[in-house]
Design a protein around this ligand. Sequence first.
Ligand code: ARG
Ligand code: ZN
Length: 505
Amino acid sequence: MSTHRLPPFPAPTTTPTTTPTGVRAGRSVSALICAVAVGAATACAPSEGAVAPSQAAAVAPASPGAGASRSTTGAPGIGDPDFPGDGNGGYDVQHYDLRLSYDPSSRKLAGSATIEAKAAQDLTSFDLDLHGLTVSRVTVDGGAASFSRGKDELVIEPGKRISNGDRFAVTVDYSGVPEPMRDSVNLGEYGFISTADGAFVTCEPNGAKTWFPSNDHPSDKATYDFQITVPEGLTAIANGEMAGTPQTRAGKTTFVWQEKHPMASYLATMTTGKFQIRTGTSDKGLPIYVAVADSFRGSLGQLLTQTGKITDYWSTVFGPYPFSSTGGVIDDYAAGYALENQTKPIYGGFSPEPAIIAHELAHQWFGDSLSIARWRDLWLNEGFATYAEWLWAEHTGQYTADSAFKRYYANAADSMWAYPPGAARADDLFSAAVYNRGAMTLHAVRREIGDDKFFPLIRAWTDAHRYGNVTTQEFIALAERVSGKNLKGLFDAWLFQPKRPAPIT
Ligand code: ARG
Ligand code: ZN
């Protein structure tokens, strides 16, 4: 698509100018993907306003149930200081079993979600996140539970007391026409978005609650089973691998998918519609599943080949691929952005060039396997995935990471110097600074410690925190340990100061 055929590298020596839509010149491919999001022309415009204080770095990571230790009411938020309503306290989800049926003609979703959780405190009530939709019944361990609704919260009072450490299962029956998130945090439309023939489902940062009751925050990861029923002729695509062959009965087909590795809620999908499918195996033996909307059928073969090749290459750079399959989906819904849905990144209305595939597949390590514990650390996802674009360019001989770094650095007027990427802001989460200055931070580290320490550092990082949650402080500590150097000044200048750091040597 023409809007995505961007120069391999921006020309950042020009002074950025704000266009009427707020989109700035001289931005990276990824920031542009984000910026062209439908109805969100300003979504990713670098900020001009107040800058988060640098001591933000010292704030402790989100702690589930913080402040609720004596109460038996689970907190309505998991403790992310910038997204106080997101997630919930008092329990830890182990597994989601989602049985869903979607009818594109009425746009009605009907679901039964069973959430297996472990109590982190005594609980007489607790919340799940749910946006819109009508709940008809809730049970806890098979017994009827009472419930009420607050803004994007489903408050549940189990009939019995749940004690700290107990495992329990909540089943929520619900239905309705899902409403995507629209006005929240300057991000355009995300969550469950209905399309002419199905639904385009991309949930970063907090849109999972538009289609299933969840602890909707990346600090509570869980495994998933999906059983999705759609009208015959349509395909339902979720994360992980398909179990068995789709079963058709009475004009409806049911697809069963299983993600057996822990997954953050925003990476879950149930994208449905008319798709052309191809499966294969990468050279290293990893199963690949790709699906494209009919209008992108010309991109199917290329998506399969590039996805296999790039996934294999990243496994030689970042460490073993963390999941059981790789893949990708091109839907014809013109979101204008891509999302790194676990095992199957989705491209919203465009045929991705290799740099974008490289970005989304790098997220399988940075974001998906290693997930942030709070949104202000988003550079650990986007800075790494953007740096991966530079590494891909280096690998394929297009340009070097060093040249990319230098061209950004040369632009003293870039608004990213006013936005410290180590404290991503809730009102401008996907800022170009988080992507590009985040990537520059990694390059500054690479230059400081040398390739012979930098690449082992990256592998040690993915190895130490595989399937877990991470913070910026943990990355800084590991970088110091691996390199044997004090890197506090470097990280402070690159991540936490609202000005352009001194040149790297
Ligand atoms: N994580 C995505 C990427 O850079 C961007 C998602 C943007 N989300 C949104 N709601 N606009 O690959
Ligand atoms: Zn990204």
